[in-house]
Design a protein around this ligand. Structure first.
Ligand code: CA
Length: 234
């Protein structure tokens, strides 16, 4: 661990065996761990303790994982890894749509869980960096990519982008005027070990449009090319 302060992970899971196995594995990796066996208590803990990441079960007593996730997303960007017994693609997409950052279907191995957690924490550390107050080169209307800070400015203002939104928008900006299929975007922008389906791309495009389009219902920048994919117009 590079830093003295340990990352705090909150595990909200009602299956006692799984909760303990996850908690133990995380502690062994050097994380600080808190846990809860209920959705409502877990939500309170998250608000009080401000963990660095949350492992969130879907089916929970008190408040289910979907509700916990929605509620957290109203005011928090904390990385959320959803774990659930429901492993169908539509469930996975639903999890991402309500604001989870990643999704793991039960049963899963601790190694995979730890790898996902490390990846999410790495990305959120980039995200947590404060905004610069010294940028001057942004032109009035366009986008400016700041590679060092993993930021994109639009009309001089930094966009609040999650790590994958940043990667996707950067890819579009670097490849304007070209049509990319959803699969090509998945291959180019997402981690290769991220088991995902092409609808994940649609979800992220929708989020990006809300941030970069004047009217996300009538996108002028990230255009849908029916039957082909997406094209970015500068
Ligand atoms: Ca459960």
């Amino acid at each position: 661990m590079g830093s003295i302060e340990k990352d705090l992970i909150l595990v909200i899971e009602d299956e006692i065996d799984l909760r303990e196995i996850i908690s133990r594995s995380l502690r062994r990796e050097g994380y600080e761990v808190m846990s809860s066996d209920r959705g409502d208590d877990g939500l309170l803990l998250a608000r009080e303790q401000q963990p660095d990441l949350i492992v969130l079960d879907l089916m929970l007593p008190g408040l289910n994982g979907t509700e916990v996730c929605r509620s957290l997303r109203r005011d928090s960007q904390v990385p959320i890894l959803m774990v659930t017994a429901l492993g169908g693609e539509s469930d996975r997409v639903a999890g991402l749509e309500i604001g989870a950052d990643d999704y793991l279907a039960k049963p899963f191995g601790m190694r995979e869980l730890l790898a996902r957690i490390r990846a999410l924490l790495r990305r959120s550390q980039v995200e947590r960096r404060t905004f610069p107050d010294d940028f001057t080169s942004a032109d009035e209307k366009g986008f400016v990519i700041n590679n060092d800070r993993h930021e994109i400015l639009l009309a001089g203002k930094p966009l609040l982008l999650k790590p994958r939104e940043y990667a996707l928008l950067k890819f579009f900006l670097e490849n304007p005027g070209q049509v990319f299929s959803r699969q090509q975007l998945l291959d180019s922008v997402w981690d290769t070990n991220f088991r995902s389906d092409v609808r994940t791309v649609d979800v992220h495009v929708r989020w990006l449009r809300q941030k970069v389009e004047e009217n996300s219902e009538d996108p002028q920048r990230i255009c849908t090319i029916r039957g082909s994919g997406y094209l970015f117009r500068q």
